[in-house]
Write a protein that binds this ligand. Structure first.
Ligand code: FES
Length: 153
């Protein structure tokens, strides 16, 4: 990379970060740039994918061990706020009993992120709803498949 081009790219990045800091908390920016638990759990015990009113999707998959979420991941094609919200939802849920994780609300995700701009609070709701639906999917599949009646140890 030529040094002029490199300088321009660095200035552009600095300007984008400066704008982001006016709108987002440090916790949001940090998770947007370095999301936790991003990806998909293979052979998931619970799974859900939801499209929000904005048209973006959130997906959550997890494994259960001893009645707890032993491994949980999210994926989204949404905005910076949805990446941060998916990250925070899975961070809060990781290691929880399923019943506890099902109570993770939009408000809890917002508090974990030190808030989101008003126009983005729906992204936290999308993450919360996707988590709840994935947990419901887990219990529904247990109901429909007696072989999965017990928690995996
Ligand atoms: S998930 Fe669509 S605006 Fe954030």
């Amino acid at each position: 990379m030529s040094s002029d081009f490199e300088k321009t790219v660095n200035e552009l990045q600095a300007s984008i970060m400066e704008d982001a800091r006016k709108v987002y908390s440090e916790k949001v920016i940090e998770r947007w740039l370095n999301p936790r638990n991003q990806g998909e759990v293979r052979n998931a015990d619970g799974f859900a994918k939801i499209k929000g009113p904005c048209g973006d999707t959130m997906q959550i998959s997890f494994k259960v061990k001893g009645g707890r979420l032993s491994r949980i991941k999210f994926m989204t094609d949404g905005c910076a706020s949805s990446i941060a919200a998916g990250s925070m939802a899975t961070e809060l849920a990781q290691g929880d009993k399923l019943e506890e994780a099902a109570k993770i609300s939009q408000q809890m995700i917002l508090e974990g992120l030190d808030g989101l701009p008003e126009k983005s609070v729906q992204c936290a709701l999308l993450a919360s709803n996707t988590l709840k639906k994935a947990i419901k999917n887990y219990f529904d599949s247990k109901k429909n498949n007696p072989a999965k009646q017990r928690y995996k140890e």
